[in-house]
Design a protein. Sequence first.
Length: 201
Amino acid sequence: MATLPLAAGASLAEAVEEITAAGGRAESVTLDVGDRPSVEAAVRGVLDTHGRLDGLVNNAGVTRDNLLLRMKDEDWNQVLATNLTGVFYCCHAALPYFKKRGGGYIINISSVVGEKGYPNQGGYTATKHAISGLTRSISLDCRKYDIAIWANYMMGLPTETEAEVLQTVRMVKKIDPDYYSPSFFTPHPGTDLYDYCIEHD
């Protein structure tokens, strides 16, 4: 696996074409992460087609920025359904297979916003904070099944090289490696920390 920067606004078909042209293998699947049957069907489709599932990256996210006192119920509910409930549904669908096969990898995309809080992002902040807590909890639940789970805090840190990125990850992993699979930052766009996690777990 390797990181391939895609053109801004690329469609699913275009993304698959770019990855294939670069020598990789890819296919696109459309689903609604806020709908349990849709998620379960997607996971079954991967298993039926490929016979295995190695990892899961929960990357879907939306925001509906507004002052809390002006936020509509439908906006709040959509942010929670996509950002948080979607993580629950995807993990819930993948974990039984990971348990059966004796291991797997999950990366939940969180945000530094969940720790610091930003104005006009009450819903988004709440979901990202919740993802961090959920990740810590399920990583404890799944340790005995050799399932590694991380929360990836998307943040633009002033890091220039992959070596510096990996040094940051190693440093965070030393905080308390026996307690839970640690959360870490993604300081540099395009660095394939998914590969790093699998290779150095």
